[in-house]
Design a protein around this ligand. Structure first.
Ligand SMILES: Cc1ncc(COP(=O)(O)O)c(C=O)c1O
Length: 343
C-alpha cells in the first residue's frame, strides 16, 4: 500500500478522505438493527430503480471485487481475456478460479483505444474497464458493444464491463447497464460491475454490485455466500440512492472533472508525458525516470501510484489521483525539486 503513512496521498483513487456525513449517519442508524441477518431485498430494488433496470437484473456484492470472483467462477471459461492495461483484480480472480486470462494489450499510440475487431474471436469472456484504471480512458459505448457483436463473436461470449469510475467520468452516458439488463434471445451476455467505494469514500465497507440478464444474475447469486453484503453496506446503498446521494455524486463528478484537468495540465507543465486527457478521476503519466521521481516524492511524504504493476506498462509510468488544487500544487513543487536532484 503505497499511500500508507504518506502526508499527501495521490496514490489511492478514492474520491474523498471519508464518507460524507449523510452516509455515515445512515450507517450508524443501522447499528441497533445488527442483531438481525441482512436482507438485501429493499436495497437491491432501490438500486435497480436508480439504475433503471429490473430488480432481478441486479446482485449486490461485497464490493465489485466479490463480483469479479463470482464471474470468474460463473463457468469453466475456455479462453478468458482481459483488455489491458487495467485494474489487476479481475485477472487475479480468474487465475484463482483456475482459468488464467490472456492479456489483450491495447496500444498506447492509439490512446489505448479498444478495437473490437482485434479481440480474438475465440474469447468466451472479455473483461474491460470503462473508464479504464490506470489509463483514464473512457471507451465509447459503441466500441464496448462491438465486443459482443452477434455477427463476429461466439454465441457464448460474455462481456464484463467494470464501471467503478463511470459515475465521475467525463461521460456517464457511456454506461452499458441498460444493455446488460435487456438482452434478448441470441444476444451475447453483458455483465456490468459498479461500486460505492470510490465516489462515496467507502472502500472499507464493501458495497458493490453486478448488473446482467436475470438468468446470469441468478447463477451468480447461487455462487455467492449467504449474507455476503452486510446490513451497514445495505444502508449505504439505500442512502446513496436518494436525491442527497445523487447531489453528492454530481458534486464529486464536477469536482473530480475539474481536478483531473488541472492535474493533467500541471503534470504536462512539469514535463511529464500525459498521452490522453483523463476521462476518469486519475491521470496516467510517463517520465523517463519515473521510479526515482516516485521515490523522491515518497521521501517528502507524497505518495503516487507506481504503474509498472499493470500489464503493458513499465517503470516509466505513474498514476496520480485527481486531488484538489492545493495538494496538486504541492505535488508540482515536489516534482520540480526532485527533477533538479535527479537530472
Ligand atoms: C477499476 C476498479 N474497479 C473496481 C475496484 C474495486 O472496487 P471495490 O472496492 O468495489 O471492490 C477498483 C479498486 O481499486 C478499481 O480500481
Amino acid at each position: 500500500m503505497e499511500a500508507r503513512g504518506a502526508r499527501l496521498d495521490l496514490a489511492v483513487n478514492v474520491a474523498v478522505a471519508q464518507p460524507p456525513a449523510f452516509v455515515a449517519e445512515a450507517i450508524v442508524r443501522e447499528v441497533p438493527r445488527l442483531a438481525a441477518y441482512p436482507d438485501p431485498t429493499a436495497a437491491t430494488e432501490t438500486l435497480a430503480a436508480e439504475l433503471g433496470v429490473p430488480a432481478g437484473c441486479v446482485l449486490l456484492t461485497n464490493g465489485s471485487a466479490e463480483a469479479f470472483t463470482l464471474v470468474a467462477r460463473l463457468r469453466p471459461w475456455r479462453e478468458p481475456l482481459v483488455v489491458e492495461p487495467q485494474f489487476t483484480e479481475p485477472a487475479e480472480a480468474l487465475r484463482h478460479a483456475g482459468t488464467p486470462a490472456t492479456a489483450h494489450l491495447l496500444d498506447p499510440a492509439t490512446g489505448w483505444a479498444v478495437d473490437g475487431a482485434s479481440v480474438p474471436a475465440a474469447a468466451d469472456l472479455v473483461v474491460v474497464g470503462n473508464p479504464t484504471n490506470p489509463t483514464s480512458r473512457l471507451h465509447p459505448r459503441e466500441q464496448i458493444l462491438r465486443l459482443v457483436d452477434t455477427a463476429t463473436t461466439p454465441d457464448d461470449r460474455v462481456l464484463l464491463v467494470d464501471e467503478a469510475f463511470l459515475d465521475v467520468s467525463t461521460d456517464p452516458a457511456q454506461t452499458v447497464v441498460p444493455d446488460a439488463a435487456c438482452r434478448t434471445a441470441g444476444d451475447r451476455t453483458i455483465l456490468v460491475t459498479g461500486s460505492l467505494t470510490k465516489t462515496f469514500g467507502l472502500a472499507g465497507l464493501r458495497a458493490g454490485y453486478v448488473v446482467g440478464p436475470e438468468r446470469e444474475i441468478d447463477r451468480l447469486r447461487r455462487l455467492q455466500p449467504h449474507w455476503s453484503v452486510n446490513a451497514l453496506a445495505l444502508a449505504a446503498v439505500l442512502t446513496v440512492c436518494t436525491p442527497r446521494g445523487r447531489d453528492f455524486r454530481d458534486e464529486q463528478r464536477a469536482r473530480l472533472r475539474a481536478n483531473a484537468s488541472h492535474l493533467a495540465a500541471t503534470l504536462r507543465a512539469c514535463g511529464l508525458h500525459v498521452p490522453v486527457d483523463p476521462d476518469g478521476p486519475f491521470v496516467l503519466a510517463q517520465h523517463p525516470r519515473a521510479a526515482s521521481l516516485r521515490e523522491g516524492l515518497r521521501a517528502t511524504g507524497i505518495a503516487v501510484r507506481r504503474a509498472d504493476t499493470f500489464w503493458g506498462l513499465d517503470d516509466t509510468w505513474l498514476r496520480f489521483a485527481a486531488r484538489d488544487s492545493g495538494p496538486v500544487d504541492e505535488l508540482a513543487a515536489g516534482i520540480r525539486q526532485i527533477e533538479e536532484e535527479i537530472r
